[in-house]
Design a protein around this ligand. Structure first.
Ligand SMILES: [Zn+2]
Ligand SMILES: [Zn+2]
Length: 430
């Protein structure tokens, strides 16, 4: 009763859609909201780290099988892929959700708070869905249920990709989207386009944010080991001080962004995140180790920053009589929304959320391994509001923190958006 009043309320509020299929999708999504919330609470309370999403994958696979969807498990370690063949011939469109939690100890007092503890690279840590991937799994399970219920009308195939380890695989392991692609997730049947979303704790519920082209940055990690000559702190001239040399390097690295790059083309970031060396007031140590990250949006700038980090570090070290060993690990490429696909599909998103709720945003210097799929096929990735209405943005905890919080009422819009994107894409395909 309450549900039907709510439904009627929603229909009055949003207007009764004229197109039968649209109305079916929206109604179906709303009717399973309670289930979606329960799934999300289960995943939230039982988070698993990257490449260890065993129970999560089991629950996903069980749900897909129960819907009559063809299921493959064990893809890229714990990944689950579902294939839903529609009743009519047409192309293959993929929808992706990531499934991993993070080594963060939850501080939010909810009845389904995570108390899970696990081993992360040899360290005991709390585990939490501190990036909201629990909502992504629940949303995509909901989408699978919506689309399975209208299977006969689907003009093509929908591939559901439940991916492990978006936040990175444990040390020494492969994982994430890169491994999914390597193991052929975009083949057999061949995917023509892919859609994905990320919940955002700082965008209000009901709103969607997107950007065509470069949306999130390419990310690299680097380390610089500066080796000098150890000596007594009172007699610096008898050694080579790696602390002074490293300080010069840190300062000079800032000139890459401010003096070497044409920032009118695209932004870039060079950050040193840790600097370690020395043990006592009067000892100049032998070595200083620094680690940091690089964020870029342009391939030319990407390789140029690498070149400059190496040149600056080694030449400054050399000028001091020290050495610098620079190692750069290239991680995720740019998350690049295919411009034509974004243009073609943004109308669907506006239709679902209401035009006034869809905003064009600047690029984010965070990164996403959704980029690996987009390197192979056109893809569109957008952000779904998860901040409770009325909450000040300065009070909304950022992702990856113990206070990270998502309003569950955000998820239905995610289900409706991804379902409609898949259906409309198949409708529009020639
Ligand atoms: Zn994250
Ligand atoms: Zn994330």
């Amino acid at each position: 009763m309450v549900r039907s009043v709510l439904l009627l309320g929603c229909l009055l509020l949003f207007g009764i859609p004229s197109f039968g299929q649209v109305s079916n999708i929206d109604q179906k999504a709303r009717s399973i909201e309670e289930k979606i919330i329960q799934w999300r609470r289960y995943f939230h309370q039982n988070p698993e780290l990257g490449n260890r999403e065993f129970k999560t994958a089991e629950k996903v696979a069980e749900h897909l099988k129960q819907l009559g969807i063809e299921v493959k498990t064990g893809v890229a370690h714990t990944g689950v892929v579902g294939i839903l063949k529609g009743g009519k011939a047409g192309p293959v469109v993929a929808l992706r959700a990531d499934m991993d939690g993070l080594p963060v100890t939850e501080r939010v007092e909810v009845p389904f708070k995570s108390t899970v503890v696990a081993d992360y690279n040899g360290q005991k840590t709390g585990v939490m869905h501190a990036c909201g991937h629990d909502t992504h799994i629940a949303i995509l399970m909901g989408v699978a249920e919506v689309l399975a219920s209208m299977k006969n009308e689907l003009k093509g195939t929908v591939k559901f990709i439940f991916q492990p380890a978006e936040e990175g695989a444990p040390e020494g392991e492969e994982g994430g989207a890169k491994l999914m692609v390597k193991e052929g997730v975009l083949e057999n049947p061949k995917v023509e386009a892919i859609f994905g979303l990320h919940i955002d704790s700082q965008i209000e519920v009901g709103k969607i944010a997107y950007r065509p082209g470069a949306t999130m940055a390419a990310v690299d990690f680097f380390s610089i080991n500066v080796k000098g000559k150890q000596t007594h702190g009172a007699y610096p001239w008898s050694g080579v001080d790696p602390i002074v040399t490293s300080s010069q390097i840190v300062t000079a690295l800032q000139t890459i962004v401010s003096r070497n790059l044409n920032l009118t083309q695209a932004p870039a970031v060079v950050t040193i995140g840790a600097i370690n060396g020395g043990i006592r007031q009067n000892i100049i140590p032998e070595e200083v180790k620094m680690i940091g990250t690089i964020r870029t949006f342009d391939e030319g700038m990407h390789s140029y920053v690498h070149k400059r980090v190496s040149e600056i570090s080694t030449h400054i070290a050399e000028s001091a009589g020290a050495t610098a060993n620079v190692k750069i690990d290239v991680l995720y490429p740019v998350t690049f929304n295919d411009v034509a696909l974004t243009e073609k599909m943004i109308g669907t998103v506006q239709n679902v959320a209401g035009k006034e709720n869809v905003t064009l945003i600047p690029a984010k210097t965070g990164a996403e391994d959704f980029s690996y799929y987009q390197q192979k096929v056109p893809g569109f990735f957008f952000f779904l509001g998860g901040k409770p209405k009325g909450k000040d943005v300065s009070e909304a905890a950022p992702h990856h923190t113990p206070d990270f919080f998502v309003d569950e009422s955000s998820m239905v819009l995610g289900v409706r958006s991804l379902s409609r994107l898949a259906v409309d894409y198949l409708e529009k395909a020639k």
